[in-house]
Design a protein around this ligand. Structure first.
Ligand SMILES: O=C(CO)COP(=O)(O)O
Length: 253
């Protein structure tokens, strides 16, 4: 059985007081409800240690939003896989489209980061997805295939099973426009078939593939009910416990 996950990407939001308040609310929610999926959050790096303190029994998994492609050294502003390991973080987002768009990150960078994360026992949450222009040009299947191959295909079968993939079509991020459940399912099945072609169906069936892009309380259930969609990577709707909890509950019904 592959992991079912609802993960919240807080991006660059909340001051320390508001971040702490939301973490405490999430802990209380988690302690008072049974959930049918794992719950993870990716707060800004500054709040990772606070998150580890608040979720001291790992009630909620704590992810970084990014990590360095280098092991250590003179890389001002970066945090390393080893640092994340040392605070017992669960893993890190890697290759989010905003990192690609504003920081020039490519799938080759992602490949190096994913290797480093795995070497430190962290879960890489590898994000990919096509832009609106690429979808309009009918290139989305090819784009996602290339991304997946470049970022992941140097891994062994044992390694790739530990990766979580988040398909996030760029045109659906923060726009209120979601891929339809059918559009998302089609790409998720495509990604799984690409992995199956290289590593075999059994390996592909173990890789969790999350959908991200304007997931909200009112569309989560339909999206999560698709056979190849194993959960969601949630942006805006992860910033309020009322919305995030409803998305988590989309797994319960
Ligand atoms: O980028 C996302 C999660 O990583 C999705 O963001 P939104 O849910 O705000 O569209």
């Amino acid at each position: 059985m592959r992991r079912k996950i609802v993960a919240g990407n807080w991006k660059m939001n909340k001051n320390v007081i508001d971040a702490q308040q939301l973490m405490v609310q999430l802990l209380s929610y988690k302690n008072n409800h049974t959930t049918n999926c794992e719950v993870w959050i990716a707060p800004p790096a500054l709040y990772l240690m606070m998150a580890k303190d608040i979720f001291e029994k790992d009630e909620i998994g704590v992810l970084a939003q990014d990590m360095s492609e280098h092991e250590s050294g003179a890389y001002t502003g970066e945090i390393s896989a080893g640092m994340l390991e040392s605070i017992d973080a669960a893993g890190s987002l890697i290759g989010h489209s905003e990192r690609r768009q504003y920081h020039g990150e490519t799938d080759s960078h992602c490949n190096r980061k994913i290797k480093l994360a795995l070497d430190k026992g962290l879960i890489p949450v590898y994000c990919n997805g096509e832009t609106l222009e690429q979808r309009k040009a009918g290139e989305h299947f090819e784009v996602v295939k290339n991304q997946t191959e470049v970022a992941l295909f140097t891994l062994s079968a044992e390694e790739i099973k530990k990766v979580v993939i988040a398909y996030e079509p760029v045109w659906a991020i923060g726009t209120g426009e979601t891929a339809t459940p059918e559009q998302a399912q089609e790409i998720h099945a495509h990604i799984r078939s690409i992995i199956a072609a290289k590593y075999g169906q059994e390996v592909a069936d173990e890789v969790s593939i999350l959908y991200g892009g304007s997931v909200k309380p009112d569309n989560a259930k339909e999206i999560f009910s698709q056979p190849d969609i194993d959960g969601g990577l949630i942006g805006g709707a992860a910033l309020k416990v009322e919305d995030f909890s409803k998305i988590i509950e989309a797994f319960n019904s």
